[in-house]
Design a protein around this ligand. Structure first.
Ligand code: PGA
Length: 249
């Protein structure tokens, strides 16, 4: 059976006190929920303090991006081994904000994905189309290209140790959620694309949906056969919302 997962993506939010308050509010509830994994992907400076707060709980730690390089003269960058030092299990790669605001392309995203796996981190690989691409009817083409670069460079087998997050760019932080059917259609497309290479891996692959998931829409999204959980931005910063989303999975 494939793993279900809800991961919070805190983006550039929080501080020492807010993080502690948020985790104190969510951890007791999440610890009681069986049948799924939970994670928080936090800003780099808080990895250490959040690692301590998560100790003895079932919630796993993740980061929001990582360098594709092992080490060297890369001012401002953070390596996979550094993330491992703080107990990270997951790292988000290829989030649309990284692609659009920081110039990451399919090639750099694939390199980060490979680096993460080489260091035993599980990449949460984000793919998704813009509104303009959806309106032009090229959603599948875009997703196919985003995935193809990764499977060509890393091999389809690599998906055994990865999670995919379908995040339509037009739904991120906009309050506009894809309908459950719109999301399901793309999830099916992704699974079919992988099935063409390896049925077993496709069947076991966890595919998350992300983009304005809230307590109010999580259940209907997670009820779709190919939606295995969510990558949650804004709502992961509000304890009651995040707990409700985790319950829904
Ligand atoms: P959102 O963000 O839930 O705030 O739309 C999702 C994401 O960017 O991963």
């Amino acid at each position: 059976m494939r793993k279900r997962l809800v991961a919070g993506n805190w983006k550039m939010h929080g501080n020492l006190i807010e993080n502690k308050n948020l985790l104190n509010a969510i951890l007791p509830s999440l610890d009681k929920l069986p049948g799924a994994d939970f994670a928080v992907c936090v800003p780099y400076p808080y990895l250490s303090s959040v690692q301590v707060l998560l100790q003895g709980t079932k919630v796993l730690l993740g980061a929001q991006t990582v360098s594709q390089h092992d080490k060297g003269a890369y001012t401002g960058e953070i390596s996979v081994n550094m993330l491992k030092d703080f107990g990270c299990i997951y790292v988000i790669v290829g989030h649309s904000e990284r692609r659009m605001l920081f110039g990451e392309n399919n090639q750099t995203v694939a390199e980060k994905y490979i680096a993460a796996q080489k260091g035993n981190l599980v990449p949460i690989l984000c793919v998704g189309e813009t509104l303009e691409q959806r309106e032009r009817g090229i959603t599948e083409e875009i997703i196919k290209e985003q995935l193809k670069v990764v499977t060509e460079l890393a091999g389809v087998e690599s998906l055994k140790n990865a999670v995919i997050a379908y995040e339509p760019v037009w739904a991120i932080g906009t309050g506009k959620t894809a309908t459950p059917q719109q999301a399901q259609d793309v999830h099916v497309f992704i699974r079919k694309m992988i099935t063409a290479q390896n049925t077993q891996i496709a069947h076991e692959l966890t595919i998350l949906y992300g983009g304005s998931v809230k307590a109010g829409n999580a259940s209907e999204l997670f009820a779709m056969a190919d939606i295995d959980g969510g990558l949650i931005g804004g709502a992961s910063l509000i304890a009651e919302e995040f707990i409700a989303i985790c319950r829904a999975v």
